[in-house]
Ligand binder design. Structure first.
Ligand SMILES: Cc1cc2nc3c(=O)[nH]c(=O)nc-3n(C[C@H](O)[C@H](O)[C@H](O)COP(=O)(O)OP(=O)(O)OC[C@H]3O[C@@H](n4cnc5c(N)ncnc54)[C@H](O)[C@@H]3O)c2cc1C
Length: 476
């Protein structure tokens, strides 16, 4: 397993083609806009050596018959899913942001079970995937889970607008050539490999879009462009808000990239793709019951700290609002845990979360954090959006006069942290990710409508309304 410093060093060995604000960046690791996100990933490596959390952050892998970082692990034991949520909560709280390794973790599990038993449909993609994943586990690599295509006009199919989707443009005896883009890619510039997966179920005739494969982030033809975040120029400065960590999303461009056959896991198998997308979305929707409550712990902590500095912490309504924020946070966490606890074993050996509960979990994540943010903004007061820069406070001529404006250092910094998480750079991997990560709200409602056994509910209502005999419960 890699340590955090070893992870940072391994990133420097890549020849990444990364652009930030129109300029190619020579050393992403030390770039002020990239570094906080690299550090958030580094936290996942550090935890595997942390005195208190190392047992949770590690797992025993049957693939390589050795200990691995949990972020590269398959959910082969029923409690792996629950441990995942527990680990995500800890990392969400320690970093206050997205630590970027969950899409890869949920992606490898979805790919493992979707390719299982599909040998013969395009060769043994499962065996090739297992060989690749074993290498990932041995090296403790960081993965960019690449699903979302630009999609263009959402009412059109991929074949009607191929440029809006990643696709195979050439099949060679020794591999495939892929072209297109993946967007909103979490932690892409901080990764070692890209795991390309389809972003949606595909239909007959769309086989060129039904591709699952892996490639190094610096494969010839791959370009990454860093996403812009509000107030991201503050990074590394006194007003950053989160002084240590940040999130990251990139647009990843594939300009006729060659992928050798040994790294192609699915090519044109529509059924395997449908299974993968379905399994991934359930895994990932439950994941939000871990990381986001962890982020919310930090948000609640910042709001609490400000009320203490303002001398209002004991006021009835303040206590009540902090309790409400906690109650909503734990509601999300409870559903994520329940979805993971109520798991079922797939024939591949990977355990799957409860699909309905996983979707309910993510659906609540698209709502409850917004109410929690509203309460935090209420408690913080207007200063979270109006105080001058901390550089002004530290100015020799202004400092003394500005002292009452800023209050204590704790107040000033807590206000900046809250500002960042609610509408600054930190709001992208926290707030907007709550809404769209793992699918927008309607995606969960579609699954719920499909998965719920409506007839069973009607049948029970009919019995208790006296319309039908009770064949289910005899009191004799
Ligand atoms: C911070 C962040 C991190 C992310 N990380 C990753 C990542 O690491 N990897 C990855 O692959 N993806 C990632 N995503 C992408 C995420 O999965 C998508 O944002 C999500 O699936 C929604 O897709 P979209 O953004 O294209 O929005 P859209 O799908 O365009 O949704 C916008 C609205 O349009 C509606 N809509 C969409 N299509 C239709 C239709 N056909 N008919 C009617 N209504 C429609 C939706 O319901 C929604 O209300 C990330 C996103 C964010 C914001």
């Amino acid at each position: 397993m890699r340590t955090a410093p070893e992870y940072l060093e391994s990133l420097r060995e890549r020849d990444l083609r990364l652009f930030v604000d129109g300029e190619r960046v020579a050393d992403p690791v030390d770039h002020p806009r990239v570094r906080p996100a690299v550090q958030a990933v580094a936290a996942t490596y550090a935890l595997a050596f942390h005195p208190e959390h190392r047992a949770l952050a590690r797992a025993q892998s049957a693939l390589i018959d050795g200990e691995v970082n949990r972020f590269t692990h398959l959910f082969t034991e029923p409690d792996d899913l629950v441990k995942k949520i527990a680990l995500q909560r800890i990392l969400g709280r320690l970093t206050g942001t997205c630590f970027q390794r969950c899409v890869g973790m949920d992606g490898v599990n979805a790919t493992f079970l979707a390719t299982h038993g599909r040998a013969g449909k395009g060769g043994d993609g499962h065996a090739r995937f297992v060989a690749w994943l074993s290498e990932v586990q041995r090296n403790d690599d960081m993965l960019n889970g690449a699903m979302t295509d630009p999609k263009g006009d959402r009412s059109k199919r991929p074949t009607e607008q191929p440029d809006a989707y990643l696709r195979v443009v050439e099949r060679r005896p020794d591999g495939l050539v892929i072209r297109g883009a993946k967007v909103h890619q979490t932690g892409a510039a901080n990764s070692h490999h890209i795991l390309v997966m389809p972003g949606q179920a595909l239909r007959e005739g769309e086989e060129d879009f039904a591709i699952v494969c892996a490639l190094p982030v610096d494969a010839p033809g791959v370009t990454m462009v860093l996403g812009r975040q509000p107030s991201d120029l503050r990074r590394g400065g006194p007003d950053a808000g989160n002084a240590r960590f940040g999130g990251q999303e990139c647009a990843v461009l594939f300009d006729d990239v060659f992928v050798p056959t040994e790294r192609v896991f699915v090519d044109g198998d529509l059924e395997a793709c449908a299974t993968l997308v379905d399994a991934f979305s359930s895994f990932h929707r439950a994941s939000y019951g871990g990381c986001k409550p962890g982020n919310l712990d930090v948000l609640i902590g910042a709001a609490d700290l400000i009320t203490r500095e303002h001398g209002v912490r004991r006021a009835r309504h303040v206590r009540d609002k902090l309790v409400e924020m906690t109650h909503l946070t734990e509601t999300i966490h409870a559903i994520g845990l329940a979805a993971s606890e109520r798991s079922a074993r797939h024939p591949s050996g990977v355990h799957q979360v409860d699909k309905v509960l996983a979707n309910v979990c993510k659906h609540q994540v698209t709502r409850l954090p917004y109410e929690i943010v509203r309460l935090a903004e209420d408690l913080a007061g207007g200063a979270m959006s109006t105080i001058p820069s901390l550089a002004d406070r530290d100015h020799p001529e202004l400092g003394a006069q500005l002292a009452p404006v800023f209050g204590s250092d704790a107040r000033a910094r807590a206000l900046r942290l809250l500002e960042s998480m609610t509408y600054g750079a930190g709001s992208v991997p926290f707030r907007i990710e709550c809404m769209h990560g793992a699918g927008s709200p309607e995606a969960q409602r579609i699954v719920l409508e499909r998965e719920v056994d409506w007839d069973a509910k009607v049948a029970r209502a009919r019995v208790l309304a006296g319309l039908d005999d009770d064949g289910e419960l005899s009191l004799d």
